[in-house]
Ligand binder design. Structure first.
Ligand SMILES: [Zn+2]
Ligand SMILES: [Zn+2]
Length: 343
């Protein structure tokens, strides 16, 4: 099969011929339909702390069809359309039993993040079946939207709460989506460019304010006061400091942005305001399932969020282009697309 392999930071990703996966007893093989490029993929191939290891097939936002089953699989059948948590966990420790393999305390978490490939091996316990009416492309958004769900849950949004969402990539949009569904009142979204302004509003933001010198005043005016909750989704340096500055006294700052640089803020500012902090990583299986169920219950048109799917031929170039400014929000690999077919 064809797959995208990470070789070294600073080198473009390499599309290689790799062995087709064979399922072990509790495993299934998925024929991948879509796998989304995540900001984390850009960071973890960029030579930062916690890089992917050399030789790894990457990609953790995928969905596909079950095409082969191990002998011990009882919960899936060939032809099922599923997505999967990108970490399997050991299946036996406390967090795994509670549905939280991301916080597995077993010897190894067993990453299942090999989605930029024609086939991927998953464990039956990590998979979630797609509700009818959810497309495989939309299902590949379950991963980033589940991060947003966990963030919004941690934010403790009560009906009418005012929310500022900083950064409007996929995670910021997901934060807006869930904040709206949890009963937030006014939601301001902000970013350096307004490319995502209409998506932010489509998903539930009441205001979009492009960052500018008058931002503080415009924010107060839009919300009628400082926000109860700031959700930092940009991962940019300096934004935790700004988030503390923007939040109301006693307010909450929820950090979802993945920043791999050292960053600073003034503790006294947070202390005087008694700012409550939450740093949020990934999701539980229950949150993942709830996210997909919500996609199934509500007919949400995510298609405008996507750039046209990318083929293997285009993939390494598109991936490198995403390190600089780009006009689309979510790029997905279609591993079965011939070059230029859908463009
Ligand atoms: Zn991701
Ligand atoms: Zn475990």
């Amino acid at each position: 099969m064809k797959a995208v392999v990470f070789r070294a930071p600073g080198m473009p990703l390499s599309v290689e011929e790799c062995p087709d996966p064979t399922p072990g007893s509790s495993e299934a093989v998925l024929k991948v339909a879509r796998c989304g490029i995540c900001g984390t993929d850009l960071h973890m191939t960029g030579g930062h702390e916690g890089s992917y290891s050399a030789g790894m097939i990457i990609g953790h936002e995928y969905a596909g069809e079950v095409v082969a089953l191990g002998s011990g699989v009882t919960t899936l059948k060939v032809g099922d359309l599923v997505t999967s948590l990108p970490v399997r966990g050991c299946g036996q420790c406390g967090p795994c039993i509670a549905g939280d393999p991301m916080r597995c305390t077993g010897p190894e978490k067993q990453s299942a993040s090999r989605g930029f490939a024609q086939y991927v091996l998953v464990n039956q316990r990590s998979t979630v079946r797609l509700p009818v009416d959810v497309s495989l492309a939309d299902a590949a958004l379950t991963e980033p939207f589940s991060c947003g769900l966990r963030g919004a849950s941690r934010a403790g949004i009560v009906p009418g709460a005012t929310v500022l969402v900083v950064g409007v990539g996929a995670i910021g949009l997901a934060a807006i989506f869930w904040a709206r569904r949890m009963g937030a009142g006014k939601i301001v979204a902000t970013a350096r460019t307004d490319r995502a302004a209409s998506f932010a509003q489509m998903l539930g933001a009441t205001h979009f304010i492009r960052s500018n010198d008058q931002f503080d005043g415009e924010l107060i005016e839009a919300l009628g006061g400082p926000p109860d909750i700031v959700m930092e989704c940009s991962g940019a340096r300096g934004m935790i400091d700004r988030s503390v500055h923007w939040a109301k006294p006693g307010g909450r700052v929820v950090v979802l942005g993945f920043c791999t640089d050292h960053d600073s803020f003034v503790p006294a500012t947070a202390l005087l305001k008694e700012t409550e902090f939450h740093f949020v990583n990934t999701y539980t299986r229950q949150q993942f399932t709830h996210c997909l169920d919500t996609f199934g219950r509500e007919s949400i048109d995510f298609q405008n969020l996507f750039a046209p799917p990318v083929s293997f031929d285009e993939f390494p170039t598109v991936f490198e282009q995403l390190r600089t400014k780009n006009s689309h929000l979510k790029f997905m690999l279609d591993p079965w697309l011939e070059r230029g077919e859908a463009r």
